[in-house]
Design a protein around this ligand. Structure first.
Ligand code: DC
Length: 244
């Protein structure tokens, strides 16, 4: 296993390795990122949580989530901070820990809507680049390998069939006690809607970076996907070391 100290690979000598994980909702990015971060002694940063936090802020402020001008003004009055933790990131919105309030359908929908606007994306990307500038991180989202860190040493695009991703999300809702309120078909339908928006927005649509490794977890158990991802990271780091 490599340690974080071994992982100084990029052209800037003081920057440690960056592992970018992109892909649609429910593909298993968060779980994978968490495991890779533990295995390779890296920090794990979940950028989706930042869009969710801003979606929550807009909802609380009764700011229309389809109005870029109003959202831009709101963004100037907003601070979002991620703290890497063992299980998940703790998310602070204007200093308040909102971690437990981000994973529901209403906030998911708001996050997906606010994330289409270039002005909001540019703000988020700047914050993400600042947070990751020293490297030593696994960062997951939709545009990490394409926009946030196009020079990341390792890029994984994690995908799975929409029905499989929808059922995974449904099971997650069960763990938060919301399962009886919603049918699996509805979860799959909402996930398809968000997918459509993520893949078709004009600014930074979700798509694999040309130099990413595609990992399709449709027929994999979590354990298998984690092992496959570890092998991808090991192989990339070995090649990068050999060539450096
Ligand atoms: O990964 P997630 O489901 O927590 O992301 C929430 C929303 O934020 C999702 O609709 C896509 C958007 N997002 C984005 O546009 N860019 C990112 N880097 C991360 C998330």
């Amino acid at each position: 296993m490599n340690s974080a100290e071994d992982l100084s690979l990029s052209n800037s000598p003081n920057r440690k390795v960056i592992v970018a994980i992109d892909g649609p909702s429910g593909a298993g990015k968060s779980t994978l990122a968490r495991h890779l971060a533990q295995h390779f002694s890296l920090l794990n940063l979940e950028t989706g949580a930042m869009y969710r936090a801003f979606g929550l802020k807009a909802l609380r402020a009764h700011c229309p989530v389809d109005d870029p001008k109003a959202l831009e003004i709101l963004s100037t009055e907003t601070t979002i901070h991620l703290e890497p933790g063992e299980a998940e990131n703790r998310v602070f919105l204007d200093g308040e820990d909102v971690t437990g309030q981000l994973r529901n359908q209403i906030v998911s929908d708001a996050a997906s809507r606010v994330s289409v606007f270039p002005v909001i994306r540019a703000w988020m990307v700047r914050r993400q680049q600042q947070m990751g500038e020293s490297g030593g991180i696994v960062m997951e989202g939709r545009d990490i390998g394409t926009v946030v860190f196009p020079n990341a040493e390792v890029k994984i695009f994690l995908d799975a069939a929409p029905e499989v991703r929808g059922m995974r999300r449904y099971e997650q809702l069960g763990q938060t006690g919301r399962k009886p309120e919603i049918q699996p078909e509805e979860v799959i339908r909402e996930l398809r809607e968000r997918d459509f928006r993520d893949r078709n927005r004009a600014d930074s649509p979700l798509r694999p970076a040309p130099d990413s490794v595609l990992l399709d977890s449709t027929d994999m158990t979590l354990e298998e996907a984690v092992r496959a991802a570890e092998a991808i990271v090991e192989a990339k780091l070995t090649t990068a070391h050999t060539n450096s």
